[in-house]
Design a protein around this ligand. Structure first.
Ligand SMILES: [Zn+2]
Length: 559
């Protein structure tokens, strides 16, 4: 194997004492490196990969103290990256009510009763994960379902997408929301059309009216949640996450975990910039953070912005009216001129941009601003990103490749359950739905894909996302032909979106994303060969071992 010999020769030349701390062998290694896609063994030294090749070559780096990890014939992959996550929120959600997968309002009530049986008292009941389809054709929650069970204990439940919240009467009262309370900018208090009374559904920024009266978790509660979240991520094969909001404010907590040797997950954390303007104090905060946090473990060289909302609640910005409600096209959260100016200024400083854009007008606005920034600043290869891209006009698809804009998408968001097929697709209408989550088209036209979860919007388990990207079907195999099946990806293309594509999307493909000499030793051993099994079984993949920086950070219990 000529490549292995060359790889070894290179390792020998570089390392004065060519010995490995760790060798991983007896597995099938999918490297992600197109020059050498498969290998038998990997040698690691000081947290980095020093050789990849056949066993006889790699074992020449073995000495008395080398630890040999036997993979038992299992598949070894580069560590997975989640390119869009809200890590503290997700970590906190692990200890709260989980409504994911509930069938209807009475199922939700039952789950709340079960939770309360274990958490009695008068404290706030917090949770998340309901979806619009659980409430039938109305597609919005109502306080009455909560008031029946909790007449005097406050309940505040986040929708699965984080864009709409659900409060009971007690929570609305504590927040001081009355018939006269005005809607905040970029938000709506949903009201009964006859009585004008708040129904308990709070769209976008209206949720802040309640959120501000919910007691905040203490520093120690947050640290405990983060430790649990990091463990949870490692168990599912994640070695790095890209935070898209809610974590920049917690940088000192991440720093504390690092100092205490508990950071076993790498973090790329974006500053969250709110409209209406980029202010001098935003720049000060961004600049001082990136001086302090700019290494392989905590990096803050990114800024997240949101130009619109979501399709389900008609807050995503569309070029044409919504199909189910022709009176609205949604609207941009930013004035386009101010957004474009902010993008240009941040790009000039070398910051990477993440823009949340879901409606086709939102996506176009972001592409236009990125194109403008490159022209004005004469910059190249900045790799600005658009997050989500649930709808797109056909003429904008090739612009990702042309402009070098990264398509950061979340496969599980396209999961074709009732919420997607009955609410999302109804609102978007058939024409826009024919280009729903169009990752294959974007990729065919030269765009780079990066995948993530948006946890806690959906589970951070990437294997469910892998299956959805490949099948575009539910776990039960519905719809039979797949949801917009021409957008299906191969397993290899999907894995790339979570590994080398993800590293590229974080400007780290030179040091991460594939199993190659010189890169960080972030890799995983998994329970089944995902390249050979039936696509409907991809989500069953279990992680056996997770290695970050050459250290085993998760080991599945022996059977
Ligand atoms: Zn998000």
């Amino acid at each position: 194997m000529a490549t292995a010999v060359l790889t070894l020769a290179a390792a020998l030349a570089r390392a004065p004492i060519p010995v490995a701390d760790t060798i991983i062998a007896r597995g099938r290694i999918y490297t992600g490196n197109s020059q050498q896609p498969w290998a038998e063994a990997v040698a690691i030294r000081a947290g980095k990969i020093i050789a990849v090749g056949d066993e006889s070559a790699v074992f020449k780096l073995r000495y008395a103290g080398t630890e040999v990890i036997e993979a038992g014939g299992h598949l070894i992959l580069p560590g997975f990256v989640d390119c869009h996550i809200h890590f503290l929120d997700g970590s906190l959600s692990l200890g709260r009510v989980n409504l994911e997968g509930a069938k209807d309002a009475s199922d939700i009530q039952q789950r709340l009763r079960d939770y309360v049986a274990k958490h009695p008292g008068k404290d706030w009941i917090l949770g998340r994960g309901w979806n619009y389809a659980m409430f039938g054709p109305e597609a919005l929650p109502h306080k009455k379902y909560l008031d029946e069970v909790f007449p005097d204990r406050p309940v505040f439940l986040e929708g699965y997408d984080g864009h709409t919240y659900w409060a009971n009467s007690k929570a609305l009262a504590l927040a001081g929301i009355t018939n006269e309370t005005p809607d905040p900018a970029n938000g709506a208090i949903v009201r009964d059309p006859k009585t004008h009374e708040a129904t308990g559904a709070l769209k976008e920024s209206a949720q802040e009216l309640v959120a501000r009266v919910v007691p905040r978790p203490s520093r120690n509660e947050k640290l405990a949640a983060l430790r649990a979240g990091i463990k949870w991520a490692n168990e599912h094969g994640l070695t790095r996450v890209h935070s898209a909001g809610g974590d920049f404010e917690q940088l000192d907590l991440y720093d504390q975990l690092r100092r205490e040797g508990q950071q076993t997950l790498r973090f790329y954390i974006a500053y969250f910039l709110n409209p209406p303007n980029l202010r001098p104090q935003d720049l000060d905060t961004i600049e001082s953070a990136r001086k302090k946090y700019r290494d392989d473990w905590i990096d803050t060289n990114a800024v997240k912005m949101m130009v619109d909302g979501v399709v389900e609640s008609h807050t995503a910005a569309m070029l044409e009216p919504y199909s189910d409600d022709p009176s609205t096209k949604g609207k941009l959260f930013w004035d386009p001129a101010k957004y474009t100016a902010a993008v240009a200024e941040l790009d000039k400083r070398g910051l990477q941009l993440f823009t949340h854009a879901i409606g086709d007008y939102g996506v176009r606005t972001a592409l236009d601003a990125y194109q403008r920034a490159e022209e004005v600043n004469q910059t190249r290869d900045r790799r600005p990103r658009i997050e989500h891209i649930e709808t797109i006009t056909a003429t904008d698809i090739p612009r990702f490749g042309q402009l070098g804009v990264i398509a950061s998408m979340q496969p599980l968001h396209s999961y074709p359950d009732a919420d997607t097929l009955e609410v999302w697709a109804r609102n978007a209408g058939p024409d826009r739905a024919s280009r729903a989550w169009a990752w294959k088209s974007i990729s065919n036209d030269g765009g780079h894909l990066a995948f993530g979860s948006d946890w806690p919007v959906v589970t951070l388990n990437p294997w469910e996302g892998v299956q959805t990207a490949v099948t575009r079907q539910t776990a039960e195999g519905k719809p039979d032909a797949g949801f917009v099946p021409e957008q299906r990806l191969t397993v290899e293309e999907t894995v790339r979106g979570y590994t080398l594509g993800a590293a590229y999307a974080g400007r780290r493909e030179k040091t991460e994303g594939s199993i190659e000499p010189g890169k960080l030793a972030d890799l995983i051993i998994v329970s089944q060969n995902i390249f050979e099994i039936d696509a409907q079984r991809l989500a069953e993949t279990k992680v056996l071992t997770t290695i970050v920086g050459g250290r085993v950070v998760y080991q599945a219990p022996a059977k």
